[in-house]
Design a protein around this ligand. Sequence first.
Ligand code: HEM
Length: 145
Amino acid sequence: MTVSKIFSAMAVSLVFTACAHSPAPESTSLYDRLGGQPAITAVVDDFVDHVTADKRINGQFANTNIPRLKRLLVEQICAGSGGPCRYTGRDMKSAHAHLKISDANLTALLQDLSRTLDKFKVPDKERSELMAILAPMKGEIVTVR
Ligand code: HEM
């Protein structure tokens, strides 16, 4: 499956805190609809655990400080979704430049994320909004064509 297909499959598939009876008002930030810091932390935890168990890509994380990576991903998603955080990590180009990341590597990582979003039953709308935040980063992360 290609990266663009994964992004669109995520858009049409499954909130970290799904609440069928009282949908959040339209004006609520994605951060709040996702369930705020606790839900984002739980999602990042599960996602990174999938990634570090994924033989397709876990070699690239061999020298990575995983607790730090999790903390930075939570900050990044929190800030990007309208939450009260500031991202304190490196820009995406500098953080990934040495890793020789291919399209296939990104596809694998997004499949792992998709599994986590399935598990947490993140609804279509929030899922596609999250993907819309991540998708533009591809050009800075994938360096092997
Ligand atoms: C949309 C996709 C991605 C996002 C949003 C993302 C986000 C991040 C963030 C926020 C960091 C921390 C930056 C820092 O260390 O200051 C990071 C580091 C890292 N990412 Fe990604 N990443 C993505 C894709 C990938 C892919 C596809 C791989 C490899 C398969 C990957 C491998 C790594 C590794 C190994 C590090 C740690 C680098 C180091 O410690 O030197 N990332 N990423």
